[in-house]
Design a protein around this ligand. Structure first.
Ligand SMILES: Cc1cc2nc3c(=O)[nH]c(=O)nc-3n(C[C@H](O)[C@H](O)[C@H](O)COP(=O)(O)OP(=O)(O)OC[C@H]3O[C@@H](n4cnc5c(N)ncnc54)[C@H](O)[C@@H]3O)c2cc1C
Length: 452
């Protein structure tokens, strides 16, 4: 699997460091970037920052599109803090340091006959960063990655370490599984895994009207179902992944390269660049995408769930009640037609099982996700606000790591356990050591209930 470029520290601006995310749409100037490799160093740096009156922000792989990981205080880059600490194969549990990237975690798990139950569409994120924003894949019977956490260790606002399990500090564990980085530095994570498995993947274009008419059956009959509607066309690119005992029969390397690099990435990148130069060509160019043909293969689960992303884009994604998906997508389709905007990126649709995590976007309901994207550098305000208005009408919850325009006042009523989260935050970080302007906007200032 090729590595995507992650968030990175760049040249110094005056006496400060400069950091930018994967999407290159968020830049910040931390007073310092620290790269701890032990939990003791995490504790020390929080205590030092507290003594200096500075804020602290952890960063994983910088794959959030929002400014959630930005800080003008001390940035904690956990890239060098990613070992596997313990494993219990019989129980299917592993404990890892928070900075481990999902592709390394998948290799480590596979070597022990284990796997993550479900994954999103890339494997570059750190386990702490991915779970702090409720990163998810697709599958009506499978929950998001955060719901696989059964224990963690948290360095809180005063530098103390809180061990959280299902029986010890259980209410903190409950909230910290999707903590937005607001509750402390996640030092280690214990994950409930499953025995390693393979997936049989079938990918093919299908008319979008057919997909929408059969959506209930498609998401029920397939372990992991998703599709991308291609704007300006009547096509959906569908992906059906079924768990299987069949032997691995991966895509031939050459075909894999053509699909992932030439079509999904570089060829697609050319389409986006041409589209930005001459937007009126987009509808004609878009018709090329569904001609990618049918793919049928069997491979290790993480290799089927994830693929490289070479073309940088900006994204907004909303979780809404699953039953509303067809109607909501049709409204997005009408919006694209009515706005007369030329959209070069497909609209992604996925489903996830409900969970009980206070700030999970899938809290308490079977959730359907609709994600809209633009090629990096394309103005998105009109498109994203239009889609956001549609999602608002379903009580939509924005992905914490993807672009949106909500505030604490508009978000609080969409999360039945909002106050539970705020109570834990007020207790663990009363001074807002881990706050930043994004968290002030979406959670409210530290120490309060955050909804106005
Ligand atoms: C190309 C691409 C594809 C994506 N695909 C998907 C997808 O399929 N499904 C999906 O749901 N999302 C997807 N995302 C979004 C992504 O999974 C989330 O934004 C995720 O949070 C990024 O993880 P990260 O390690 O880069 O974290 P960052 O973006 O670096 O940080 C995210 C948050 O986690 C906090 N954090 C990080 N480490 C720690 C720590 N140790 N302790 C406390 N807080 C911490 C940060 O402070 C910040 O608040 C995608 C993003 C990109 C760019």
């Amino acid at each position: 699997m090729c590595a995507a470029t992650t968030g990175r520290a760049t040249t110094r601006l005056s006496d400060r460091a400069s950091w930018t995310n994967w999407g290159r749409n968020q830049v910040c100037a931390p007073v310092e970037i620290r790269r701890p490799t032990t939990e003791a160093e995490l504790v020390d740096l929080v205590k030092q920052a507290a003594a200096n009156g500075q804020r602290v922000k952890a960063v994983g792989a910088g794959h959030s599109f929002t400014s959630i990981a930005c800080t003008d205080g001390v940035m904690v880059d956990l890239g060098g803090y990613g070992r596997v600490l313990e494993h219990d194969v019989a129980a299917g549990r592993v404990t890892v340091e928070g900075g481990i990237q999902l592709h390394r975690l998948s290799d480590e798990l596979d070597a022990r006959g284990l796997a993550l139950e479900n994954m999103g569409d890339i494997d570059q994120q750190s386990v702490a960063g991915a779970t702090q924003t409720a990163t998810h894949g697709t599958g009506l019977r499978y929950r998001n990655l955060s719901a696989q956490i059964v224990g963690l260790r948290l360095v809180t606002g005063d530098g103390s370490v809180l061990a959280c399990t299902e029986s010890e500090n259980a209410n903190v564990l409950d909230a910290a599984r999707v903590g937005l980085g607001a509750l402390g530095l996640v030092s280690t994570v214990t994950l409930q895994c499953v025995p390693a498995f393979r997936l049989h993947a079938v990918e093919e274009p299908v008319p979008v009207e057919e997909v929408l008419a059969d959506l209930d059956e498609l998401v029920s009959a397939n372990d992991h179902y998703e599709f991308y509607w291609v704007p300006h066309t009547r096509w959906a690119l569908t992906k059906r992944n079924q768990r299987t005992d069949e032997p691995a029969e991966p895509r031939p390397r050459a075909r894999e390269w053509i699909d992932d690099m030439a079509l999904n990435n570089y060829g697609f990148g050319v389409l986006c660049r041409v589209g930005r130069w001459r937007p009126s060509l987009i509808p004609r160019l878009a018709k090329i995408i569904p001609n990618t043909g049918r793919l049928d293969y069997v491979d290790r689960s993480d290799r089927v769930f994830t693929s490289p992303r070479r073309v940088r884009f900006w994204e907004m994604e909303y979780g809404i009640p699953r039953e509303a998906l067809p109607e909501a997508l049709n409204r997005v389709r009408r919006l694209v037609d009515e706005m007369g905007m030329q959209i070069s990126f497909p609209v992604e649709v996925r489903v996830v099982a409900p969970d009980d995590i206070p700030l999970s976007t899938a809290h308490g309901r079977e959730t359907g996700y609709i994600a809209v994207h633009v090629y990096r550098g394309t103005p998105y305000d009109a498109y994203f606000t239009g889609v956001e208005r549609i999602m608002d009408s379903y009580g939509g919850r924005p992905h914490w790591g993807k672009l949106h325009f909500q505030r604490a006042e508009t978000l609080a009523p969409r999360y039945p356990r909002w106050d539970d989260f705020q109570r834990v935050r007020a207790r663990l970080d009363p001074e807002g050591r881990f706050a930043n302007p994004y968290l002030d906007r979406v959670l409210g200032p530290p120490g309060g209930q955050g909804s106005g």
